[in-house]
Unconditional design. Structure first.
Length: 392
């Protein structure tokens, strides 16, 4: 009997059960190490039992604060460090942005650094010539390209390293904090190049403490704390866990109004179906409480994009009591795909009326966004409902 099921997922990087520790060597322990008594040396455990996969065509994020083990993990993935236990498998050509340590003589000029790194990656002389020209152009170093790297500022070094690591078209990229370095102009260039690589099927791992970069580039992310994964799942939930912890909703201002239960709605609709949402609200303290509604979608390489939102906030009520909020969107004009809906209650800040105080809500950053799946055939374009008239 044959059994059918979903096709196995193609994987670009596999990390299974990886642990890594480092010897804490001082004057006394150095002698013990020299005389073969390494077992007596105290060790620092940087990673413990780390396991995850990177699907082909996707970037996976690793979020963590300074000292969490992010850079150590990236170097184990790239083969710079060997794991104490576990294994790593990479399917395809790999480039990493930690690689200054591999060819990192700071006496090298920017051009020599690019030449040496591309040589290590196995590119021919003719390929290197075109790629070095690309590195020179992308990094915008100008005449400084032929100065020693040790004379570069941090921003200049970041431009050189990113331009060199992404000059070729690789299957897998390992990126370490680079998207949080440099000015906004250069960061925008980095995002354009990464979006182009992702659209061509590249995979990779981004380790950073910048949660917004994870949301822009990754569908899945892990939160690393003291060498261990404390959360693994959708990137938006990983960002919320990283920012607020496991169950912290302190960004809300409780005591004025709240939703009494999650909104009722159909989580799966066909194209052009009507969307109807009903939510129960309780106002606990007299105040003008309003509601706002939004539908968002994660676009890898861009981040969360608003696709539909209420034109203006809707006043729920101003006196204590229970209220019902009903939202109706006829013939919902969305293409097939996965979306998240957000629904929030807010009021004007009495001390600064131009500022809103969020009272309660559901959204991807809160960790409890309202999922919405639109099914149907993909279309080349999307026509929004409109009525046209011409004045004579």
């Amino acid at each position: 009997m044959s059994r059918s099921g979903p096709a196995p997922r193609a994987v670009a990087v596999t990390c299974h059960g990886v642990s890594k520790s480092f010897a804490l060597v001082d004057g006394g322990s150095a002698w013990r190490l020299a005389f073969g008594k390494a077992s007596a040396i105290e060790r620092f455990e940087a990673l413990r039992d780390i396991s995850f996969d990177v699907p082909k065509g996707q970037f996976v994020g690793i979020l963590g604060r300074n000292g969490a083990g992010k850079s150590t993990l990236l170097r184990v993935l790239g083969g710079v460090y060997s794991a104490d236990s576990g294994y790593v498998a990479v399917d395809g050509a790999l480039s990493g942005l930690y690689e200054l340590g591999l060819v990192g003589n700071p006496q090298l000029t920017g051009r020599q650094y690019a030449e040496r790194l591309l040589t290590v990656h196995g590119f021919s002389a003719s390929q290197r010539a075109a790629m070095i020209a690309d590195v020179h152009d992308f990094s915008e170093l100008g005449a400084r390209f032929d100065d020693p790297v040790l004379t570069y500022s941090a921003g200049m070094g970041a431009r050189l390293f990113f331009a060199t690591a992404t000059a070729g078209h690789y299957d897998v990229y390992l990126l370490d904090e680079i998207l949080s370095v440099g000015d906004q102009h250069f960061q925008a260039k980095c995002w354009r190049r990464l979006r182009e690589r992702v659209s061509n099927g590249a995979s990779g791992v981004l380790v950073t403490h910048d949660w917004s970069a994870i949301i822009k580039l990754c569908e899945t992310a892990h939160v690393l704390d003291r060498g261990r994964f404390v959360y693994s799942g959708p990137a938006e939930r990983a960002a919320r866990r990283y920012l607020y912890g496991e169950a912290d909703r302190s960004q809300f201002h409780p005591g004025v109004a709240r939703f009494t239960a999650p909104p009722a709605y159909a989580p799966t609709l066909r194209q052009r179906d009507d969307l109807n949402i009903v939510a129960q609200v309780e106002i606990l303290t007299p105040a003008p409480v309003s509601c706002v509604f939004v539908i968002e979608r994660l676009q890898p390489g861009y981040g969360w994009e608003t696709t539909l939102m209420s034109r203006r906030p809707t006043l729920v009520g101003a006196t204590t009591g229970r209220y019902e909020v009903a939202i109706a969107v006829p013939t919902l004009p969305l293409e097939p795909g996965a979306y998240q809906m957000g629904l929030h209650l807010f009021m004007a800040d009495p001390e600064l009326p131009s500022r809103r105080l969020v009272l309660d809500g559901f959204g991807w950053l809160d960790g409890d966004g309202l999922p919405l799946e639109i099914v149907g055939a993909q279309q080349r374009g999307l026509a929004l409902p409109a009525v046209w008239s011409l004045a004579s």
